[in-house]
Design a protein around this ligand. Structure first.
Ligand code: HAM
Length: 423
């Protein structure tokens, strides 16, 4: 019996992988322009890290983590998201002590969540995310949002909707929490078991419930925006005015609560409103998480960031029918005819490669016609043809596949000739 790929994961094959590389390159380039530096953290962390950061009443922690015990009896978890690990590293590696602050980081890597697989929802998916630690300036909230928008726009996406909200500071949230308990408590019996258990522990999570989303009490639930204290209100207004100043359109949605517990103040999501995008329209999510660094044992440091998955980005590109400008051709194919010339072709191809020219040859002992076909399939710009006769005369024929022109070139001048032709 053959073994299949695990549910919710995918193989990314040549032909498709070029798109991933292109997107990663664009993301890295945008980060360079915005002055964010790459950080790489482990794929697994101590389970406690996620309990303390993502929150033990969230779906991610309660239902979706890949947790295992290693041979040393430690509980480890495949990371379901990137923020917790970045903050752990910020604390552990004392990045707060660096002279250049705020600490602006980005990451690209696989994340793991045991979710029900469907279009746009995988069990292993790749997030690109950024985290800015150490600044409580509303300009950096706008910068982080602008960075996410810039990645999408650099790839040609247009049908985007940015939704923002403020979850306020601790005091605002406590006031809101009390109002939520008052609102839901009298009729909590009409809600699912998860909601019931969240009422006291974390009533805001009820607003995020997928099962009870259509209950009438959901729509009439008190909005966090009514409970923002003056400071939180002013902060949120400043973020909005920066976004307006940057020319970034947004909508305010007081129901946007995000699925992770560490947020306060600014929360945001970017959706695709392209037709045919499918049911899950959220491309990107993020927000501010003042207090998280302290929760993980570091000094009181504010933070904000976002993450987006490449999988959903690709779906958005498809929905908007955007073709990425991928370079899929090869510079030169060397056709060898006969044993000696074929051996010479191997050396020539090697020399081309050493000289920054992408090159290929035949390894299946194919006839000339089949070798030309292979060159064609690879999109070779130039094809060198060498037979035993040419080899004896120390020459090679080079065909320009665009113009169809052919020239005989001395073997000693072959590399220089090819490089010149490609310029
Ligand atoms: P999140 O909203 O859980 O936030 O995930 C962010 C993004 O990851 C989503 O908007 C979506 O694009 C993608 N994503 C999540 N789950 C899946 C899945 N199963 N399949 C495919 N894509 C998925 C976070 O992860 C936070 N760490 C974001 C953040 C960074 N907040 C502050 N800094």
């Amino acid at each position: 019996m053959s073994i299949n790929i695990p549910r919710g994961t995918q193989d990314i094959l040549p032909g498709e992988v070029e798109k991933w590389q292109y997107i990663e390159k664009v993301a890295r380039d945008v980060c360079r322009r915005f002055n964010y530096k790459e950080i790489r953290t482990p794929i697994f962390e101590h389970t406690d890290l996620f309990l303390r950061s993502v929150g033990d009443t969230t779906d991610i922690v309660q239902k979706e983590m890949y947790t295992f015990t290693d041979r040393g009896d430690r509980s480890l978890t495949l990371r379901p998201e990137g923020t917790a690990a970045v903050v752990r590293s910020f604390v552990e590696q004392k990045l707060f002590g660096n002279p250049s602050q705020p600490t602006k980081l980005y990451y690209i890597g696989p994340m793991f969540r045991y979710e029900r697989p469907q279009a746009g929802r995988f069990r292993q998916f790749v997030q690109f995310g950024v985290e800015a630690l150490g600044s409580m300036d509303p300009a950096i909230d706008a910068e982080v949002i602008a960075l996410a928008m810039e990645v999408y726009q650099s790839l040609g996406l247009k049908k985007l909707k940015l939704v923002i909200n403020s979850l306020g500071d601790k005091d605002s949230r406590t006031a809101h929490r009390d109002a939520l308990i008052k609102h839901f408590e009298p009729r909590i019996d009409e809600f699912c078991g998860d909601c019931k258990s969240r009422l006291d522990k974390n009533p805001m999570r009820i607003l995020d419930c997928k099962k009870d989303r259509d209950h009438e009490l959901m729509k009439s639930a008190p909005s966090i925006l009514e409970y923002l204290n003056e400071e939180s209100k002013v902060y949120f207004e400043k973020v909005q005015s920066y976004l307006t100043e940057f020319g970034i359109d947004f909508e305010i949605d007081s129901g946007l609560v995000r699925g992770l517990d560490y947020y306060n103040h600014t929360a945001f999501e970017i959706m695709s409103n392209a037709e045919g995008f499918g049911a899950i329209t959220t491309l990107c999510g993020g927000g501010r998480y003042n207090g998280l660094v302290e929760d993980i044992g570091g000094p009181d440091t504010p933070g904000i960031g976002f993450a987006l998955s490449i999988e959903r980005l690709l779906s958005a590109l498809k929905a908007e029918e955007i073709e990425l400008p991928l370079e899929e051709t090869i510079d030169c194919y060397v056709v060898g005819l006969g044993d000696n010339a074929s051996a010479k072709a191997a050396t020539l191809v090697h020399q081309l490669r050493k000289n920054e020219v992408s090159a290929e040859k035949d390894y299946l002992n194919r006839k000339v016609k089949a070798q030309f076909k292979a060159a064609d399939r690879l999109g070779a710009k130039l094809v060198g043809v060498i037979g035993d006769d040419e080899l004896e005369r120390n020459v090679i024929n080079v065909k320009d596949m665009d113009s169809g022109n052919q020239e005989e070139v001395l073997l000693t001048e072959f590399i220089a000739y090819i490089k010149e032709k490609l310029r």
